[in-house]
Design a protein around this ligand. Structure first.
Ligand code: NDP
Ligand code: BG6
Length: 495
């Protein structure tokens, strides 16, 4: 039996994530032959749908969003099934038993089952309990794994409670907490860049690095997700998970070997070394913002408070900037400036490593800082910036760059999306790119005082949609004598 033959049970199969990300990812994996033929997908939600109507919905989605067509589309859709279940009623899960038996028999998947929780988070603890009530979590007949979507908890208390709840029915090795940033090729490339290049490795520490900037900017607003976002804000939605994971990739020690445990040991270690922030620290090192209405490219854009599902008096932050430090040998004293926001001028995720200047400016008082810009998305690539002599008389330095674009790699066209990579890893039983419980706790431990500070006294400044956040964020980094990079295109124009 092939251990990858399996049934993928998606809870929340009538929802947005299923049709926008999960089904397209599974379809693309199927199309490139990574799923084989011995798999089935069982959609589960409360809505009454038949197998055929679910298939038709997914078929239409794939045609619309993936421009899918032809035999592979028809063949993929034949692997899709649906079962209506009242997801909060344990008794109703009995309906899953004959369906799963039938699918395992038909596809030779011998009980191997991957559960994907894509429901409202309030059900993340309930579903494992209901599955267990029907013996659907035991591994006597095939492996059982569970992917849990974000958010994993709302704060440190609820994250721990959720862990306890899921651990009653699944062991840690069966639990796959998804953070789709870890599935991004360019986030993984941070490790290869750091640990495979003698050029960078000796410089990657407090002796040579002045400060690090991490930016997760989005040009879109909260769109249709105002109801969810208002209970979350930038801190929970982007910072606590995605950006802290990126920070961990930038700052972690090299793992002794590449396997799930040693990688995740190093990630957890660095997250536990984040310097805890007191209220006094936060007063000086945190800026929160909320976008207001504006006109962008001639189009009127709503302010956050006018968005659907957002209370008119909401103080939820749609922007945050934070200076933090890592208390360990490698990084002591190096500031990490992290910012994220909605309705910023552009969509960009990037890390900028700013190197220290030479000790004595022989040639020019204004020699440019050396920096390494690692563009995670879009326009993925790396740009190294340094100073060279300006042609002509004198010895003035000017900034030049050496650039690499991911798209120049011929194999880049076959890059898997984050959900494709992560779903495939979970099917194969490789948890390396999933967040382990200790790392999730370390993130919450660091974030909890920030949430408390915000709740008690955090001021939320306004910024106009389409700008780089409140001016207070500029003052935050100016204390270090620096300015935020204003990313646009990665590669410099020829001069
Ligand atoms: P939706 O609201 O679009 O879908 C929720 C799904 O859960 C539906 O299929 C719904 O179907 C089902 N459901 C089952 N039981 C309940 C219940 N008691 N109450 C409400 N719905 C129920 O959510 P999304 O698909 O957007 O998100 C799913 C999860 O994924 C969320 O936890 C979200 O935080 C997370 N996520 C979503 C992202 C996205 O881009 N959409 C990105 C990252 C994470 P039915 O009503 O038929 O039961
Ligand atoms: C999601 C957040 O987890 O990540 C969204 O809930 C955000 O608010 C999204 O837009 C960003 O992901 P990406 O892959 O587009 O950078």
């Amino acid at each position: 039996m092939n251990l990858e033959n399996s049934c993928i049970v998606i809870f929340g199969a009538s929802g947005d994530l299923t049709f926008r990300k999960l089904i397209p990812a599974l379809y693309n994996l199927y199309k490139i032959g990574k799923l084989g033929e011995h798999f089935s997908v069982l959609g589960v939600a409360r809505s009454e749908l038949s197998d055929d109507s679910f298939r038709q919905k997914m078929y239409d989605t794939l045609v619309k969003f993936e421009k899918a067509s032809g035999e592979s589309l028809d063949a993929f859709c034949e692997h899709l099934y649906y079962q209506a279940v009242n997801t909060s009623d344990a008794l109703d899960y009995v309906k899953l038993l004959p369906r799963l038996d039938e699918l395992h028999d038909r596809y030779g998947s011998c009980g191997n089952t991957l559960y994907y929780l894509s429901t409202p988070p309030s059900l993340y603890g309930v579903i494992p309990e209901c599955l267990a009530a029907h013996g659907l979590t035991t591994e006597e007949y095939g492996w059982k794994r569970i992917i849990v979507e974000k958010p994993f908890g709302y704060d440190i208390k609820t994250a721990k409670e959720l862990d306890v709840q899921i651990h009653k029915y699944f062991d840690e090795h069966q639990i796959y907490r998804i953070d789709h940033y870890l599935g991004k090729e360019t986030v993984q490339n941070l490790l290869v860049l750091r640990f495979s290049n003698g050029l960078f490795e000796p410089l990657w520490n407090r002796n040579f690095i002045d400060y690090v900037e991490i930016t997760g900017a989005e040009s879109i607003g909260v769109e249709e997700r105002g109801g969810y976002y208002d209970g979350s804000g930038a801190m929970r939605d982007m910072f606590q998970n995605h950006l802290l994971q990126v920070l961990a990739m930038v700052a972690m020690e090299p793992p002794a070997i590449i396997n799930a445990d040693s990688m995740r040991d190093e990630v957890a270690k660095v997250l536990y070394c984040l310097h805890p922030l007191s209220n006094e620290d936060l007063k000086n090192n945190l800026v929160l913002g909320q976008y207001t209405a504006s006109t962008i490219d001639g189009e009127e854009v709503k302010g956050y408070l006018e968005e659907k599902g957002v209370p008119a008096d909401s103080t939820t932050e749609t922007y945050m900037a934070l200076r933090c430090e890592i208390d360990n040998w490698r990084w002591a004293g190096v500031p990490f400036y992290v910012r994220t926001g909605k309705r910023l001028p552009t969509r960009v995720t990037e890390v900028v490593i700013h190197f220290k200047t030479t000790p004595h400016p022989v040639f020019s008082q204004n020699a440019p800082d050396n920096k390494l810009i690692i563009r995670i998305q879009p326009d993925e690539g790396i740009s190294m910036r340094f100073g060279l002599k300006k042609p002509g008389a004198g010895f003035e330095a000017k900034e030049v760059s050496m650039d690499f674009r991911y798209s120049d790699l011929s194999s880049a066209a076959n890059l898997m999306t984050a959900y494709e990579r992560l779903l495939l890893d979970a099917i194969k039983g490789d948890a390396t790119l999933f967040a382990r419980t200790d790392a999730v706790h370390a993130c919450w431990k660091f974030v909890q005082p920030i949430l408390d500070y915000k709740a008690e006294r955090g001021q939320v400044y306004e910024y106009e949609a389409g700008t780089w956040g409140p001016s207070e964020a500029d003052k935050l980094i100016a204390k270090h004598g620096k300015v935020w990079r204003k990313p646009s295109g990665l590669m410099k124009k020829k001069v």
